[in-house]
Design a protein. Sequence first.
Length: 249
Amino acid sequence: MNVVIVEDEKPAARRLERMLSKLNMNVIILLHSVESAINWFNTNEHPDIIFLDIQLSDGLSFEIFEEIEIKSAIIFTTAYDEYALKAFKLNSIDYLLKPIDDDELETAIQKYSALQNQQSAVKINELKALLQPTIATYKSRFSVKIGQHIKLIPVQSIECFYSENKSTYMYTNNKRSYLIDLPLEQLTELLDPELFYRVNRTYFVNINYIQDIISYTNSRLQLKLDAYSEEAIIVSRERVKDFKNWLDS
């Protein structure tokens, strides 16, 4: 039985690989991001099962399904709350709660074997909705330390967030960059998705500060913001379609 693991935490991915090998499962490859998964599934035969983490280093794994028609069974590896896990079960999708238990892993594989002749659709939009809290709350401001002082920055004044040298910065409409003590990946849960969009691995942009959108090489887009001009902001090819939908939402 062929298996692909999509997990951004490499130690966790290797641990799961060892556990599956003990069950005589053939792990074809370990993938660690949305982008690498899309590229691989575009050019390779799909496996019997994909073990899929929900939160990857460059976005939610649901983005894979928006680009690729996956023909494999999906077993989520997740730390999400019980209400979401019940939703997976209702959609005939199994899950494993981290840290993964040997017995639960074997049970999940047995479930796949029992259901492999049945057609089960991955209802990505429904799962996305179920994973959102009933009342979404997002950051309205960020605090930054400047010398001996703490300054409050309202999100409305932030043009973009970006990663540089393993640090995260925000750039404001007064042409200032501030270091913040948060990884870029965590901003996905903190920022209002109607206001901010992650255009690639490095940037979140504020829709209110997009001045121009320009066609770029390899079917990508280049963004011009009102004030930020430190580096070119490119919408990755895999995100262009979703980015356009975000603009129109």
